[in-house]
Ligand binder design. Sequence first.
Ligand code: NAG
Ligand code: NAG
Length: 436
Amino acid sequence: MQSVNPCSSLVNMLDTRNTLLLSVPLLVLSVSAFVEELDDTFLKTKGDDDIWLIEFYAPWCTVCEQLDPVWHQIGSELKSLGSPVNVGKTDAMESKDLTKEFKVRNLPTIIMLKKDVKYNYSGPKTKDGIMEFADRVSGPLVRHLGSVQLFHHVKSRHDVMIVYVGATSPLKGNFTSIAELLIVHTFFFSASRDVLPKEVSLPSLPAVVIFKDGTYFTFNEERDGDLQSWINRERFPNYSQIDGYTLYAMGESGKLVVLALGEEKSLSAESLRYKSLVEKVSTDYKEVYSRTFYFGFMKGSEYIDGLVMGELSVPTFIVVNLSNDGFFLPPGAVQTERHLLDFLNGVLDGSIQGQGGNSIDLRAQRLFYNIKVTLKVTFIKSPVYCCFLISLPLLVVGVLIHLCRKKLPASANEDDGALLAPSLRRRRKLTDKKSD
Ligand SMILES: *[C@@H]1O[C@H](CO)[C@@H](O)[C@H](O)[C@H]1NC(C)=O
Ligand SMILES: *[C@@H]1O[C@H](CO)[C@@H](O)[C@H](O)[C@H]1NC(C)=O
Protein backbone atom coordinates (compact mmCIF):
# COMPACT_ATOMS: atom_id res chain seq x y z
CA MET A 1 0.00 0.00 0.00
CA GLN A 2 1.20 3.48 -0.84
CA SER A 3 0.87 6.32 1.60
CA VAL A 4 -2.16 7.67 -0.24
CA ASN A 5 -4.72 6.14 2.09
CA PRO A 6 -6.14 8.33 4.86
CA CYS A 7 -4.97 5.95 7.53
CA SER A 8 -1.28 6.36 7.11
CA SER A 9 -1.51 10.13 6.98
CA LEU A 10 -3.51 10.06 10.21
CA VAL A 11 -0.95 7.78 11.76
CA ASN A 12 1.75 10.20 10.74
CA MET A 13 -0.18 13.12 12.15
CA LEU A 14 -0.66 11.28 15.41
CA ASP A 15 3.01 10.40 15.59
CA THR A 16 4.16 13.95 15.00
CA ARG A 17 1.78 15.32 17.55
CA ASN A 18 2.90 12.88 20.20
CA THR A 19 6.54 13.37 19.45
CA LEU A 20 6.01 17.06 20.10
CA LEU A 21 4.02 16.46 23.27
CA LEU A 22 6.34 13.92 24.76
CA SER A 23 9.73 14.86 23.46
CA VAL A 24 10.87 16.54 26.65
CA PRO A 25 10.33 13.66 29.11
CA LEU A 26 11.49 11.17 26.51
CA LEU A 27 14.80 12.95 26.07
CA VAL A 28 15.47 12.61 29.76
CA LEU A 29 14.27 9.04 30.16
CA SER A 30 15.30 7.25 27.02
CA VAL A 31 18.95 7.30 28.00
CA SER A 32 19.20 4.20 30.09
CA ALA A 33 21.55 1.27 29.92
CA PHE A 34 19.14 -0.95 31.85
CA VAL A 35 16.09 -0.96 29.65
CA GLU A 36 16.42 -2.09 26.09
CA GLU A 37 14.15 -0.71 23.40
CA LEU A 38 12.90 -3.75 21.45
CA ASP A 39 11.44 -4.04 17.97
CA ASP A 40 10.12 -6.76 15.69
CA THR A 41 13.57 -8.32 15.29
CA PHE A 42 13.55 -9.28 18.97
CA LEU A 43 12.18 -12.81 18.63
CA LYS A 44 14.85 -13.68 16.07
CA THR A 45 17.77 -12.18 17.95
CA LYS A 46 17.04 -13.20 21.54
CA GLY A 47 18.85 -16.20 23.04
CA ASP A 48 16.89 -19.41 23.72
CA ASP A 49 17.45 -19.31 27.46
CA ASP A 50 17.04 -15.57 27.88
CA ILE A 51 14.55 -14.29 30.40
CA TRP A 52 12.87 -11.04 29.45
CA LEU A 53 10.55 -8.67 31.25
CA ILE A 54 8.87 -6.54 28.61
CA GLU A 55 6.54 -3.60 28.73
CA PHE A 56 4.34 -2.82 25.73
CA TYR A 57 3.54 0.87 25.58
CA ALA A 58 2.38 3.55 23.19
CA PRO A 59 3.50 7.16 23.07
CA TRP A 60 -0.02 8.47 23.73
CA CYS A 61 -0.78 6.17 26.67
CA THR A 62 -0.61 8.23 29.84
CA VAL A 63 -0.49 5.26 32.20
CA CYS A 64 2.56 4.00 30.28
CA GLU A 65 4.15 7.39 30.67
CA GLN A 66 3.62 7.24 34.44
CA LEU A 67 5.12 3.76 34.49
CA ASP A 68 8.24 4.81 32.61
CA PRO A 69 10.38 6.01 35.56
CA VAL A 70 9.35 2.91 37.54
CA TRP A 71 10.34 0.74 34.60
CA HIS A 72 13.80 2.27 34.49
CA GLN A 73 14.22 1.81 38.24
CA ILE A 74 13.26 -1.84 37.83
CA GLY A 75 15.79 -2.23 35.04
CA SER A 76 18.61 -0.72 37.04
CA GLU A 77 17.73 -2.54 40.24
CA LEU A 78 17.48 -5.97 38.62
CA LYS A 79 20.83 -5.30 36.99
CA SER A 80 22.48 -4.31 40.25
CA LEU A 81 21.02 -7.37 42.00
CA GLY A 82 22.66 -9.53 39.36
CA SER A 83 19.27 -10.86 38.23
CA PRO A 84 19.21 -12.96 35.03
CA VAL A 85 16.15 -10.97 33.93
CA ASN A 86 16.63 -8.63 30.96
CA VAL A 87 14.33 -5.62 30.95
CA GLY A 88 12.94 -4.24 27.72
CA LYS A 89 10.13 -2.15 26.38
CA THR A 90 8.55 -1.85 23.02
CA ASP A 91 6.26 0.56 21.26
CA ALA A 92 3.15 -1.47 20.49
CA MET A 93 2.33 0.82 17.57
CA GLU A 94 5.68 0.08 15.92
CA SER A 95 6.26 -3.57 16.85
CA LYS A 96 3.21 -5.07 15.22
CA ASP A 97 4.63 -8.61 15.08
CA LEU A 98 5.61 -8.63 18.74
CA THR A 99 2.27 -7.19 19.73
CA LYS A 100 0.50 -9.91 17.80
CA GLU A 101 2.79 -12.66 19.09
CA PHE A 102 2.10 -11.66 22.70
CA LYS A 103 -1.63 -11.01 22.10
CA VAL A 104 -1.40 -7.55 23.62
CA ARG A 105 -4.85 -6.05 24.17
CA ASN A 106 -4.32 -3.34 26.77
CA LEU A 107 -1.56 -0.84 27.32
CA PRO A 108 0.64 -0.96 29.21
CA THR A 109 1.00 -4.75 29.09
CA ILE A 110 3.74 -6.37 31.12
CA ILE A 111 4.88 -9.88 30.26
CA MET A 112 7.74 -12.14 31.17
CA LEU A 113 9.21 -14.42 28.57
CA LYS A 114 11.10 -17.39 29.96
CA LYS A 115 12.22 -20.25 27.71
CA ASP A 116 9.53 -19.29 25.21
CA VAL A 117 6.75 -19.44 27.81
CA LYS A 118 4.87 -16.17 28.27
CA TYR A 119 3.63 -15.01 31.65
CA ASN A 120 1.28 -12.07 31.98
CA TYR A 121 1.56 -9.68 34.89
CA SER A 122 -1.81 -8.53 36.16
CA GLY A 123 -0.95 -7.00 39.53
CA PRO A 124 -0.55 -3.36 40.51
CA LYS A 125 1.84 -1.34 38.32
CA THR A 126 4.20 -0.61 41.18
CA LYS A 127 7.90 -1.26 41.50
CA ASP A 128 7.47 -3.71 44.39
CA GLY A 129 4.68 -5.61 42.68
CA ILE A 130 6.56 -5.97 39.40
CA MET A 131 9.90 -6.81 41.07
CA GLU A 132 8.26 -9.54 43.13
CA PHE A 133 6.64 -10.95 39.98
CA ALA A 134 9.99 -10.88 38.13
CA ASP A 135 11.71 -12.69 40.99
CA ARG A 136 8.97 -15.30 41.36
CA VAL A 137 8.51 -16.11 37.69
CA SER A 138 12.17 -16.01 36.66
CA GLY A 139 13.15 -18.56 39.34
CA PRO A 140 12.47 -22.30 39.41
CA LEU A 141 8.82 -23.33 38.97
CA VAL A 142 9.02 -25.41 42.13
CA ARG A 143 11.48 -24.26 44.79
CA HIS A 144 13.01 -26.94 46.93
CA LEU A 145 13.08 -26.40 50.68
CA GLY A 146 16.10 -28.41 51.68
CA SER A 147 16.17 -27.81 55.43
CA VAL A 148 13.96 -27.26 58.45
CA GLN A 149 15.36 -23.73 58.82
CA LEU A 150 14.58 -22.85 55.23
CA PHE A 151 11.06 -24.25 55.59
CA HIS A 152 10.40 -22.05 58.64
CA HIS A 153 11.99 -19.02 57.08
CA VAL A 154 9.82 -19.30 53.96
CA LYS A 155 6.72 -20.08 56.01
CA SER A 156 7.18 -16.94 58.09
CA ARG A 157 7.19 -14.88 54.90
CA HIS A 158 4.21 -16.36 53.11
CA ASP A 159 0.59 -16.27 54.26
CA VAL A 160 -0.10 -19.20 52.01
CA MET A 161 2.45 -21.85 51.17
CA ILE A 162 1.81 -24.61 48.64
CA VAL A 163 4.15 -27.57 49.15
CA TYR A 164 4.66 -30.87 47.38
CA VAL A 165 5.92 -33.45 49.88
CA GLY A 166 7.68 -36.61 48.79
CA ALA A 167 9.93 -38.04 46.11
CA THR A 168 9.56 -37.74 42.35
CA SER A 169 6.21 -39.17 41.18
CA PRO A 170 3.47 -38.65 38.58
CA LEU A 171 1.79 -36.33 41.09
CA LYS A 172 4.94 -34.21 41.14
CA GLY A 173 4.71 -34.00 37.35
CA ASN A 174 1.15 -32.70 37.66
CA PHE A 175 2.19 -30.31 40.42
CA THR A 176 4.96 -28.88 38.24
CA SER A 177 2.65 -28.37 35.25
CA ILE A 178 0.21 -26.54 37.48
CA ALA A 179 3.07 -24.43 38.82
CA GLU A 180 3.85 -23.38 35.27
CA LEU A 181 0.32 -22.03 34.90
CA LEU A 182 -0.08 -20.49 38.32
CA ILE A 183 3.41 -19.19 39.10
CA VAL A 184 2.14 -15.81 37.85
CA HIS A 185 0.04 -15.75 41.03
CA THR A 186 1.91 -17.65 43.70
CA PHE A 187 5.02 -19.62 44.68
CA PHE A 188 5.27 -23.41 44.56
CA PHE A 189 7.55 -25.38 46.88
CA SER A 190 8.70 -28.93 47.44
CA ALA A 191 10.15 -30.59 50.52
CA SER A 192 10.86 -34.01 51.96
CA ARG A 193 8.76 -35.29 54.86
CA ASP A 194 11.46 -34.75 57.50
CA VAL A 195 11.64 -31.02 56.74
CA LEU A 196 8.01 -30.52 57.78
CA PRO A 197 7.07 -30.00 61.44
CA LYS A 198 6.49 -33.29 63.33
CA GLU A 199 2.87 -32.43 64.14
CA VAL A 200 1.90 -32.32 60.46
CA SER A 201 0.25 -35.66 59.83
CA LEU A 202 0.06 -36.87 56.27
CA PRO A 203 -2.01 -39.97 55.48
CA SER A 204 0.33 -40.98 52.66
CA LEU A 205 3.17 -39.77 50.47
CA PRO A 206 3.50 -38.11 48.06
CA ALA A 207 1.15 -35.35 49.17
CA VAL A 208 0.30 -31.76 48.35
CA VAL A 209 -0.18 -29.57 51.38
CA ILE A 210 -1.27 -25.94 51.71
CA PHE A 211 -0.14 -24.17 54.86
CA LYS A 212 -2.29 -21.17 55.75
CA ASP A 213 -4.38 -19.60 58.50
CA GLY A 214 -2.20 -21.22 61.17
CA THR A 215 -3.08 -24.70 59.97
CA TYR A 216 -2.66 -26.92 56.92
CA PHE A 217 -4.81 -28.69 54.35
CA THR A 218 -3.86 -31.88 52.53
CA PHE A 219 -5.06 -32.51 49.00
CA ASN A 220 -7.41 -35.46 48.65
CA GLU A 221 -8.40 -36.18 45.07
CA GLU A 222 -11.69 -37.89 45.99
CA ARG A 223 -12.86 -35.04 48.16
CA ASP A 224 -11.23 -32.06 46.46
CA GLY A 225 -11.50 -32.87 42.75
CA ASP A 226 -8.60 -32.08 40.48
CA LEU A 227 -5.43 -30.61 41.89
CA GLN A 228 -5.40 -27.45 39.81
CA SER A 229 -8.92 -26.39 40.79
CA TRP A 230 -8.16 -27.15 44.40
CA ILE A 231 -5.01 -25.00 44.38
CA ASN A 232 -6.89 -22.23 42.60
CA ARG A 233 -9.65 -22.42 45.18
CA GLU A 234 -7.39 -22.54 48.23
CA ARG A 235 -4.47 -20.29 47.33
CA PHE A 236 -5.74 -17.28 49.31
CA PRO A 237 -5.78 -16.84 53.08
CA ASN A 238 -9.19 -17.33 54.64
CA TYR A 239 -9.09 -13.73 55.87
CA SER A 240 -6.92 -10.94 54.45
CA GLN A 241 -6.75 -7.29 53.62
CA ILE A 242 -7.90 -7.18 50.02
CA ASP A 243 -7.25 -4.71 47.22
CA GLY A 244 -8.84 -4.57 43.79
CA TYR A 245 -6.15 -6.71 42.17
CA THR A 246 -6.45 -9.45 44.77
CA LEU A 247 -10.22 -9.39 44.55
CA TYR A 248 -10.03 -9.74 40.79
CA ALA A 249 -7.63 -12.69 41.15
CA MET A 250 -9.96 -14.29 43.70
CA GLY A 251 -12.53 -14.63 40.93
CA GLU A 252 -10.73 -17.80 39.83
CA SER A 253 -11.28 -19.41 43.20
CA GLY A 254 -15.02 -19.68 42.62
CA LYS A 255 -15.69 -18.75 46.25
CA LEU A 256 -17.89 -15.86 47.34
CA VAL A 257 -16.05 -13.02 49.08
CA VAL A 258 -17.40 -11.44 52.26
CA LEU A 259 -16.04 -7.91 52.52
CA ALA A 260 -16.09 -5.27 55.19
CA LEU A 261 -15.52 -1.97 53.40
CA GLY A 262 -13.89 0.86 55.30
CA GLU A 263 -12.66 4.36 54.50
CA GLU A 264 -9.84 4.82 52.03
CA LYS A 265 -7.53 6.62 54.48
CA SER A 266 -8.04 7.01 58.23
CA LEU A 267 -10.43 4.38 59.51
CA SER A 268 -13.32 5.35 61.76
CA ALA A 269 -13.99 3.42 64.97
CA GLU A 270 -17.02 1.90 63.27
CA SER A 271 -14.89 0.64 60.36
CA LEU A 272 -12.45 -0.95 62.78
CA ARG A 273 -15.37 -2.69 64.45
CA TYR A 274 -16.59 -4.05 61.10
CA LYS A 275 -13.09 -5.18 60.32
CA SER A 276 -12.67 -7.13 63.55
CA LEU A 277 -16.17 -8.57 63.22
CA VAL A 278 -15.47 -10.03 59.80
CA GLU A 279 -12.08 -11.30 60.96
CA LYS A 280 -13.59 -12.93 64.03
CA VAL A 281 -16.34 -14.67 62.08
CA SER A 282 -13.80 -15.89 59.51
CA THR A 283 -11.78 -17.56 62.27
CA ASP A 284 -14.51 -18.79 64.61
CA TYR A 285 -16.65 -20.26 61.83
CA LYS A 286 -13.86 -21.46 59.57
CA GLU A 287 -15.23 -25.00 59.54
CA VAL A 288 -18.67 -23.83 58.50
CA TYR A 289 -17.83 -21.26 55.85
CA SER A 290 -14.31 -21.64 54.51
CA ARG A 291 -15.38 -23.90 51.65
CA THR A 292 -17.79 -21.30 50.37
CA PHE A 293 -16.46 -17.91 51.44
CA TYR A 294 -13.30 -15.88 51.61
CA PHE A 295 -13.32 -13.03 54.09
CA GLY A 296 -11.62 -9.69 53.81
CA PHE A 297 -11.34 -6.07 54.69
CA MET A 298 -11.04 -3.50 51.93
CA LYS A 299 -10.02 0.13 52.25
CA GLY A 300 -12.07 2.42 50.07
CA SER A 301 -15.15 1.44 48.13
CA GLU A 302 -14.10 2.70 44.69
CA TYR A 303 -13.61 -0.77 43.25
CA ILE A 304 -16.86 -2.12 44.64
CA ASP A 305 -18.74 1.04 43.63
CA GLY A 306 -17.77 0.18 40.07
CA LEU A 307 -19.25 -3.27 40.49
CA VAL A 308 -22.51 -2.19 42.10
CA MET A 309 -22.71 1.01 39.99
CA GLY A 310 -23.39 3.30 42.88
CA GLU A 311 -21.67 4.87 45.83
CA LEU A 312 -21.86 2.71 48.92
CA SER A 313 -21.58 4.53 52.22
CA VAL A 314 -18.81 3.01 54.30
CA PRO A 315 -18.38 1.15 56.51
CA THR A 316 -20.55 -1.59 55.14
CA PHE A 317 -20.62 -5.32 54.50
CA ILE A 318 -21.07 -6.84 51.08
CA VAL A 319 -20.80 -10.33 49.65
CA VAL A 320 -19.57 -10.47 46.07
CA ASN A 321 -19.87 -13.35 43.63
CA LEU A 322 -16.93 -12.79 41.29
CA SER A 323 -18.03 -15.62 39.03
CA ASN A 324 -20.98 -13.61 37.77
CA ASP A 325 -20.35 -10.05 39.04
CA GLY A 326 -23.25 -10.49 41.41
CA PHE A 327 -23.46 -9.08 44.92
CA PHE A 328 -25.52 -9.25 48.10
CA LEU A 329 -26.14 -6.42 50.57
CA PRO A 330 -27.37 -6.98 54.12
CA PRO A 331 -31.10 -6.27 54.43
CA GLY A 332 -30.61 -4.27 57.65
CA ALA A 333 -27.86 -2.84 59.82
CA VAL A 334 -25.23 -5.38 60.84
CA GLN A 335 -24.44 -4.62 64.46
CA THR A 336 -23.55 -7.96 65.93
CA GLU A 337 -21.95 -11.24 65.06
CA ARG A 338 -25.44 -12.79 64.93
CA HIS A 339 -26.48 -10.25 62.27
CA LEU A 340 -23.43 -11.06 60.16
CA LEU A 341 -24.05 -14.81 60.45
CA ASP A 342 -27.71 -14.31 59.49
CA PHE A 343 -26.56 -12.31 56.48
CA LEU A 344 -24.17 -15.06 55.34
CA ASN A 345 -26.77 -17.78 55.88
CA GLY A 346 -29.32 -15.70 53.99
CA VAL A 347 -26.94 -15.54 51.03
CA LEU A 348 -26.41 -19.29 51.16
CA ASP A 349 -30.06 -20.32 51.50
CA GLY A 350 -31.23 -17.84 48.86
CA SER A 351 -33.44 -15.81 51.19
CA ILE A 352 -31.39 -12.70 50.41
CA GLN A 353 -31.86 -11.61 46.84
CA GLY A 354 -28.68 -11.35 44.74
CA GLN A 355 -28.17 -8.20 42.69
CA GLY A 356 -25.97 -7.28 39.75
CA GLY A 357 -24.77 -9.88 37.29
CA ASN A 358 -22.95 -10.11 34.03
CA SER A 359 -25.63 -9.89 31.38
CA ILE A 360 -24.57 -7.90 28.32
CA ASP A 361 -26.88 -5.16 29.43
CA LEU A 362 -25.35 -4.83 32.89
CA ARG A 363 -21.84 -5.06 31.53
CA ALA A 364 -22.48 -2.17 29.17
CA GLN A 365 -24.04 -0.14 31.98
CA ARG A 366 -21.05 -0.88 34.18
CA LEU A 367 -18.63 0.20 31.46
CA PHE A 368 -20.40 3.53 31.01
CA TYR A 369 -20.65 4.05 34.74
CA ASN A 370 -16.92 3.53 35.08
CA ILE A 371 -16.01 5.79 32.18
CA LYS A 372 -18.19 8.50 33.70
CA VAL A 373 -16.53 8.14 37.10
CA THR A 374 -13.02 8.10 35.66
CA LEU A 375 -13.62 11.21 33.61
CA LYS A 376 -15.20 12.94 36.59
CA VAL A 377 -12.26 12.13 38.86
CA THR A 378 -9.70 13.24 36.28
CA PHE A 379 -11.67 16.40 35.63
CA ILE A 380 -11.83 17.32 39.31
CA LYS A 381 -8.09 16.75 39.70
CA SER A 382 -7.12 18.85 36.71
CA PRO A 383 -9.73 20.07 34.25
CA VAL A 384 -7.28 21.38 31.66
CA TYR A 385 -5.08 18.33 31.77
CA CYS A 386 -8.15 16.15 31.54
CA CYS A 387 -9.56 17.85 28.47
CA PHE A 388 -6.20 17.99 26.80
CA LEU A 389 -5.03 14.48 27.51
CA ILE A 390 -8.29 12.63 27.32
CA SER A 391 -10.44 14.31 24.77
CA LEU A 392 -7.79 15.04 22.19
CA PRO A 393 -6.27 11.60 21.83
CA LEU A 394 -9.69 10.03 22.28
CA LEU A 395 -10.96 12.04 19.40
CA VAL A 396 -8.00 11.35 17.18
CA VAL A 397 -7.90 7.69 18.10
CA GLY A 398 -11.65 7.46 17.69
CA VAL A 399 -11.44 8.82 14.17
CA LEU A 400 -8.46 6.60 13.51
CA ILE A 401 -10.24 3.47 14.65
CA HIS A 402 -13.25 4.43 12.65
CA LEU A 403 -11.30 5.00 9.46
CA CYS A 404 -8.82 2.19 9.90
CA ARG A 405 -10.98 -0.57 11.29
CA LYS A 406 -10.46 -2.62 8.15
CA LYS A 407 -6.87 -1.63 7.57
CA LEU A 408 -5.43 -1.84 11.08
CA PRO A 409 -7.40 -4.44 13.01
CA ALA A 410 -4.61 -5.04 15.50
CA SER A 411 -4.14 -1.44 16.52
CA ALA A 412 -7.84 -0.88 16.96
CA ASN A 413 -7.68 -3.56 19.61
CA GLU A 414 -4.62 -2.18 21.32
CA ASP A 415 -6.22 1.20 21.66
CA ASP A 416 -8.97 -0.44 23.56
CA GLY A 417 -8.79 0.56 27.17
CA ALA A 418 -5.36 2.07 26.99
CA LEU A 419 -6.61 5.55 27.73
CA LEU A 420 -8.58 4.56 30.76
CA ALA A 421 -7.38 4.55 34.33
CA PRO A 422 -5.95 1.23 35.53
CA SER A 423 -8.71 0.78 38.07
CA LEU A 424 -11.23 1.05 35.32
CA ARG A 425 -9.50 -1.47 33.11
CA ARG A 426 -9.31 -3.78 36.06
CA ARG A 427 -13.04 -3.71 36.35
CA ARG A 428 -13.50 -4.09 32.66
CA LYS A 429 -11.27 -7.14 32.75
CA LEU A 430 -13.42 -8.39 35.54
CA THR A 431 -16.40 -8.27 33.25
CA ASP A 432 -14.60 -9.18 30.05
CA LYS A 433 -13.13 -12.31 31.53
CA LYS A 434 -16.52 -13.73 32.33
CA SER A 435 -17.50 -13.70 28.70
CA ASP A 436 -15.22 -16.65 27.94
C1 NAG B 1 -2.36 -36.02 36.82
O1 NAG B 1 -3.29 -35.32 36.04
C2 NAG B 1 -4.06 -36.13 35.18
C3 NAG B 1 -4.91 -35.26 34.29
O2 NAG B 1 -5.08 -33.99 34.80
C4 NAG B 1 -4.91 -37.10 36.02
O3 NAG B 1 -5.71 -37.91 35.21
C5 NAG B 1 -3.99 -37.94 36.88
O4 NAG B 1 -4.75 -38.75 37.73
C6 NAG B 1 -3.07 -37.05 37.70
N1 NAG B 1 -2.09 -37.90 38.37
C7 NAG B 1 -1.88 -37.85 39.67
C8 NAG B 1 -0.88 -38.80 40.22
O5 NAG B 1 -2.44 -37.04 40.39
C1 NAG C 1 -22.28 -17.25 41.91
O1 NAG C 1 -22.17 -17.29 40.48
C2 NAG C 1 -22.13 -18.58 39.92
C3 NAG C 1 -21.91 -18.43 38.42
O2 NAG C 1 -22.95 -17.70 37.83
C4 NAG C 1 -23.41 -19.34 40.25
O3 NAG C 1 -23.35 -20.64 39.74
C5 NAG C 1 -23.58 -19.38 41.76
O4 NAG C 1 -24.79 -19.99 42.11
C6 NAG C 1 -23.54 -17.99 42.36
N1 NAG C 1 -23.59 -18.07 43.81
C7 NAG C 1 -24.56 -17.48 44.52
C8 NAG C 1 -24.53 -17.70 45.98
O5 NAG C 1 -25.39 -16.78 43.99
